[in-house]
Design a protein around this ligand. Structure first.
Ligand SMILES: NC(=O)c1ccc[n+]([C@@H]2O[C@H](COP(=O)([O-])OP(=O)(O)OC[C@H]3O[C@@H](n4cnc5c(N)ncnc54)[C@H](OP(=O)(O)O)[C@@H]3O)[C@@H](O)[C@H]2O)c1
Length: 211
């Protein structure tokens, strides 16, 4: 490829040496926020990345990045579904003009960082039944009506089709109200980045209280 459409900083942390997917909190070192974002901006200026952004950034970490940024991050890709609405972060990003993209919009059922709780939620299932839709479709339509982009993943042909069939019907104001009243809890805590002696001593510190 000569360029990518969108290039993201995956996580607001670095790993020591050659560490990639297998690591613990002691392998984590602080992100060079200024240097990394300057390099991202250079990729954008050179045309290698049409847009640049971040992922898993809290309001506080975005604020730290914005101090240095000449180019605003186009996107912050974060966990978002009806059980983790990201209200505070969405308000912050909306004020700054940063688009939110929702990962694990179905709760990440079946993946190590995810939970079956979203698709198994009784309120979501009851709304789905009343509309003749699936719980997954309700979650994706909810994300769509909240004005974010969303990244459902499926390796299954039928479910891929099902997930795309959300644009010719809508959730009512009452449905949205019911979904917006669901108890909130971040699912993907990313505990692997946390260690009592590390850069992030708790999940609370890692996510700057956005739990
Ligand atoms: N930036 C980050 O840090 C970050 C973190 C996590 C994820 N992501 C990205 O976000 C995307 C999706 O996230 P995710 O995989 O965590 O979560 P997800 O899309 O919420 O959930 C995926 C799971 O849901 C199942 N599924 C898909 N459609 C379904 C349906 N209609 N009914 C029932 N089950 C369904 C899939 O199984 P089948 O394949 O069997 O259908 C898979 O097990 C991925 O592209 C991932 O790379 C980014």
């Amino acid at each position: 490829m000569e360029y990518v459409d969108l290039y993201l900083i995956h996580f607001p942390a670095r790993l020591k040496g050659e560490k990639r997917f297998v690591f613990n909190g002691d392998d984590v070192i602080p992100l060079d926020m200024k240097g990394t974002w300057e390099a991202m901006e250079e990729c954008n200026r050179l045309g290698l990345a049409k847009a640049i952004g971040v992922s898993n950034f809290s309001c506080k970490k975005l604020e730290q990045l914005l101090v240095h940024a000449k180019i605003l991050p186009a996107v912050n890709q974060v966990e978002m579904h009806p059980l983790w609405k990201q209200t505070q972060l969405r308000e912050f990003c909306s004020e700054k003009g940063i688009h939110i993209s929702a990962y694990s919009p179905l709760g990440g059922v079946g993946v190590i960082w995810g939970t079956p709780a979203v698709l198994a939620n009784q309120e979501i299932k009851s709304i789905a039944e009343s509309k003749g839709k699936s719980a997954a479709q309700v979650c994706l339509r909810w994300a769509f009506q909240n004005g974010v982009s969303f990244l459902p993943k499926s390796f299954n042909k039928e479910r891929l089709k099902e997930n795309s069939e959300i644009f010719d019907w809508e959730l009512s104001g009452e449905d949205m109200k019911r979904l917006n009243l669901l108890p909130q809890k971040r699912v993907a805590l990313a505990e692997a980045y946390v260690s009592p002696n590390g850069v992030f001593k708790s999940c609370d510190e890692l996510w700057d209280g956005e739990l």
